[in-house]
Design a protein around this ligand. Structure first.
Ligand code: FES
Length: 145
């Protein structure tokens, strides 16, 4: 029998009851990212007005940790400015979930990248230069397995 990973209560909560699942038909920033190793895919929809993320939804085809981190990141960015959203890294998402097992930290990278990819799409659609590095923060210690 497979050994159960030590997930926090918050991870289990967001996994079993994910927030903000779905699509935004009139989203003005959409980002899709995938992990080539595990094949998991995350799509994020943003509705941005006056520099504020007024709505956010996501669809994730992936593992429980990917689902929980997508759900958590949507809660963290809703109502925030773009600059505040850009401060969020995969580590802050994992911390907000009470931590992730080291073997699952790479799953949280998908949440950060989906967010940045959707923000990048927003700037491109606005015809404005993208004022940040869309590769996100450093993930050297979170190699995909
Ligand atoms: Fe692929 Fe978690 S195993 S994102």
């Amino acid at each position: 029998m497979a050994e159960q990973l030590p997930y926090s209560e918050k991870v289990m909560d967001h996994f079993t009851n994910p927030r903000n699942v779905g699509e935004i038909p009139d989203a003005n920033g959409i980002g899709t990212v995938g992990n080539v190793i595990c094949g998991d895919v995350m799509k994020m929809y943003l509705k941005i007005e006056n520099n504020i993320i007024v709505d956010v939804k996501f669809k994730t085809f992936g593992c429980g940790a990917a689902l929980a981190t997508s759900s958590m990141v949507t809660e963290m960015v809703k109502g925030k400015t773009i600059d505040e959203a850009l401060m969020i890294s995969n580590k802050t998402v994992a911390e907000a979930l009470g931590g992730l097992p080291p073997i699952k930290m790479h799953c949280s990278v998908l949440a950060e990248q989906a967010l940045r990819s959707a923000l990048k799409d927003y700037y491109i659609k606005q015809g404005r230069p993208v004022p940040f590095n869309d590769q996100g923060h450093s993930h050297e210690d979170e190699k995909c397995l």
